[in-house]
Write a protein that binds this ligand. Structure first.
Ligand SMILES: Cc1cc2nc3c(=O)[nH]c(=O)nc-3n(C[C@H](O)[C@H](O)[C@H](O)COP(=O)(O)OP(=O)(O)OC[C@H]3O[C@@H](n4cnc5c(N)ncnc54)[C@H](O)[C@@H]3O)c2cc1C
Length: 376
């Protein structure tokens, strides 16, 4: 029986499972990830306002995997022997016929003093710590910022830091204590959020100005200290720092024998194949894909890439040419707890639509998305 092995139970991995079974794939599927769970990262932004609990975001996949006839191998991938079709894990080796690497990315921790910043994209624990600190402060300086991977500028996560920033501003206003805090937004980029489009940058900076949020832009970051962010252009006072560093590939990439990008991601082509490797596909944040300079690292792209990888994998299994390509499309709602801005970009169009309904659209999308994996 043909054996497909998928590494990672995030957006790309779980979408690949659904698409494989939907297309009628009847072979064996093994999912390799530390736990049989799916984590819904986009709603981490609603943890500081108390609108989401850990239970809301951590979805047990046991029933989903049973429904989809998928065996779960609870382990971390540690390497690969591509010539032998063998995936190495910390709980043994797995032989595959076809492999999909969908293990997400990691955040760079190279800046000195990074332990003083809360890397609010990493997961529940960090965001909860950030939230608890915020609620414990009576007054002070808050700093929010992000950076990219200098070796691969597209490897960044910008959108969520704006959501944390505007969400915290809204929360403090609702609590009647916004004037006890000075908030600064920092980034080495002179135009933060440029990938969302020129107008989006103007809108974001205009909004910060209106809300009394200061900016410190265009200066390389030097280090974090317990009470400040130090850049080549000066210092930002900070009793609490939320920071999203640039991204790099998964920890086992270097041990995989697969081609890697400058920034340490699995190199993939426009059909989601790992070039030169036999029967290996890549999807989601783990990969470096061709595309315009604004190409996003997003759940939406992870889903599109997983679908493309599956279609090409199935075509190749049947000896047909693997010629499906994914569309590069940036679509997100930058939420501020009580309102939102829809941002859309593809090679032809780029627009934004602000409004309260977009907050509710984001909530609705979350519910609909998670229903696919929920226990009946
Ligand atoms: C705060 C925040 C807000 C966001 N908002 C949005 C949004 O509004 N819209 C949007 O489209 N995107 C958003 N994103 C981005 C989105 O969450 C990611 O792009 C998406 O999670 C990538 O999916 P993935 O499947 O590639 O990786 P992940 O979802 O990170 O999943 C990776 C999986 O691989 C597993 N894994 C990791 N290492 C190993 C290993 N060595 N062996 C085995 N398994 C491994 C992990 O446990 C996990 O199951 C947001 C992200 C954050 C953090």
């Amino acid at each position: 029986m043909t054996h497909v092995v998928i590494v990672g139970s995030g957006f790309a991995g779980c979408t690949a499972i659904r698409k494989l079974r939907k297309a009628g794939f009847a072979g064996q599927i093994t999912l390799v990830s530390p736990r049989p769970e799916f984590f819904y990262f986009p709603s981490l932004i609603w943890v500081p306002c108390g609108c989401r609990t850990e239970q809301d975001l951590r979805i047990d996949l046991t029933a989903f995997l049973e429904r989809q006839r998928v065996a779960h191998h609870a382990a971390r991938a540690t390497g690969l022997r591509p010539a032998d079709n063998v995936l190495l894990t910390d709980r043994g080796e797995i032989v595959y016929d076809w492999l999909l690497v969908a293990s997400g990315g990691r955040y760079l921790r190279k800046l000195p003093g990074i332990e003083h910043a809360h890397i609010v994209c990493e997961g529940w624990e960090t965001v909860k710590r950030f939230s608890d600190r915020l609620h414990g402060l009576e007054s002070g300086h808050l700093a929010f910022g992000f950076a990219s991977n200098p070796k691969e500028p597209a490897a960044m996560r910008g959108g969520p830091i704006f959501e944390f920033l505007f969400g915290v501003d809204t929360l403090l206003r609702k609590q009647g204590r916004r004037d006890h805090f000075q908030i600064t937004f920092f980034s080495p980029a002179p135009k933060p959020g440029a990938r969302l489009g020129e107008k989006a940058v103007q809108r974001l900076l205009g909004r910060m100005n209106k809300l009394g949020i200061e900016t410190h832009l265009g200066h390389r970051l030097k280090r974090f200290e317990p009470d400040r962010v130090v850049t080549e252009g000066g210092e930002v006072p900070a009793d609490l720092i939320a920071f999203i560093p640039g991204m790099t590939g998964p920890d086992f990439a270097a041990e995989s024998g697969l081609p890697l990008s400058e920034g340490g991601f699995f190199q993939a082509d426009e059909t989601c194949r790992s070039p030169g490797a036999k029967n290996v596909y890549i999807a989601g944040d783990a990969g470096s894909f061709p595309g315009p300079e604004w190409r996003p690292k997003q759940a939406h792209m992870a889903d599109l890439q997983a679908e493309t990888a599956v279609r090409n994998m199935l075509a190749a299994m049947q000896g047909r040419p693997a010629e499906h390509r994914f569309k590069t499309e940036l679509i997100c709602i930058i939420d501020s707890v009580d309102s939102g801005v829809l941002v859309y970009r593809d090679p032809r169009r780029n627009f934004q639509l602000p409004g309260k309904p977009f907050h509710w659209a984001k909530v609705f999308y979350e519910k609909a998305y998670l229903r696919q994996y929920a226990n009946p």
